[in-house]
Design a protein around this ligand. Structure first.
Ligand SMILES: [Zn+2]
Length: 341
């Protein structure tokens, strides 16, 4: 459903989006053809802006279906040009929906699978970004992210590569992948090696509130990928509130992967009302039938967020963005300009 004019104009921020998870069916087809992959997997059959994938009723079934589609779609990426095109394509769509700032979760491991070194991947992403920024003014930073289920040794490698190849747009280190693999402590060396000013970690999505606690205690993060399952433990909620924690909430992702069955069960509104510094993210938008604009729309339609509350969500995100103070101030001015309307 298209956004109404007022919602379209509202400045939005996407703090949680995996770059490869933004590839559209049309782009996947284009890359498959360009890279000489004669038989693009059936999953790539275009269906509007999102992929269709099959899941059974269980959360695990949803995850398997999603990962199969994800692998098929991202498997068509072969070159630096592909990274540039995907970045530009996503940022163009996001900006058209009023997104002023995005933090791209990027993966040196995935770049390597495509056949690019980490610096080559960064260079390609930056080219796509530069083009999008010239057109729309959208701003980005990147979160170099290790994949948990590849293990602590591989994560440490990613941390070191990140450290050894500093880039002005890479300001944070993160942890994604299977939340039940290893422990948070196993990944502290990777964060330490990266030695970046900011940290985030996926926690409290597939696994329960204890992972949120350990991400905070062990990795010292204040921003959390998802964090939604913190709601299951009042003590963890109180601890999170005490540090003014910032959840990166991705409603459509949680629904698609079966973390919640209905909007009524989802804790987005409870988080906001509890005074947590809620932000929104599209996660892997084309796999979850969403976009950052759609996430704001869902917050409004299904969780009763007013325009003022949505603007507060955007303000939260910019206040907690992994960005330098001059850029933060500039972005906050764009939010203030909307308020002044
Ligand atoms: Zn994620």
């Amino acid at each position: 459903m298209p956004l109404n004019d007022r919602l379209l104009a509202l400045p939005k921020v996407d703090l949680h989006v995996h770059l490869e998870g933004t590839i559209t069916p049309a782009m996947a087809q284009k890359l498959a053809a360009r890279n000489g992959l004669a038989h693009a997997p059936e999953l790539l059959a275009a269906d509007g802006e999102s992929f269709r994938w099959e899941a059974d009723d269980t959360a695990a079934g949803a995850l398997v279906g999603f990962l199969k589609a994800y692998d098929a779609a991202t498997g068509v990426m072969k070159t630096a040009q592909d990274y540039s095109d995907i970045t530009y394509d996503y940022l163009k769509r996001a900006a058209a929906e009023g997104c002023i700032y995005a933090e791209l979760t990027i993966s040196a491991d995935h770049g390597q699978q495509v056949g690019l070194t980490y610096p080559q991947m960064l260079d390609a992403i930056t080219k796509g970004f530069d083009k999008a920024k010239a057109e729309s003014g959208i701003e980005i930073r990147m979160i170099s992210t290790a994949v948990r289920h590849y293990g602590p040794a591989e994560a440490l490698k990613v941390g070191r590569i990140t450290h050894d190849n500093p880039h002005p747009l890479v300001t944070a280190f993160g942890l994604a992948g299977d939340e039940n693999a290893y422990t948070m402590a196993d990944f502290e060396p990777a964060y330490a090696a990266a030695a970046l000013p900011y940290r985030t970690a996926h926690a409290g999505e597939a696994s329960g509130p204890s992972t949120v606690r350990s991400a905070r205690e062990v990795l010292k993060v204040r921003r959390f990928g998802h964090m939604v399952r913190a709601i299951e433990d009042a003590d963890v909620m109180a601890e999170q509130k005490a540090i003014n924690a910032v959840p990166e909430v991705c409603v459509s992702s949680n629904m698609a992967l079966g973390v919640y069955k209905t909007y009524a069960e989802h804790p987005l509104r409870k988080f906001f009302d509890a005074g947590l510094k809620v932000t929104l993210g599209s996660d892997d938008p084309t796999f979850f039938g969403t976009s950052i604009g759609r996430e704001y729309q869902i917050a409004q339609e299904h969780f009763g967020f007013t325009d003022a509350e949505l603007l507060q969500v955007s303000r939260n995100a910019i206040e907690e963005a992994f960005v330098d103070e001059a850029t933060r101030a500039k972005l906050l001015r764009r939010i203030d300009a909307y308020t002044a309307d």
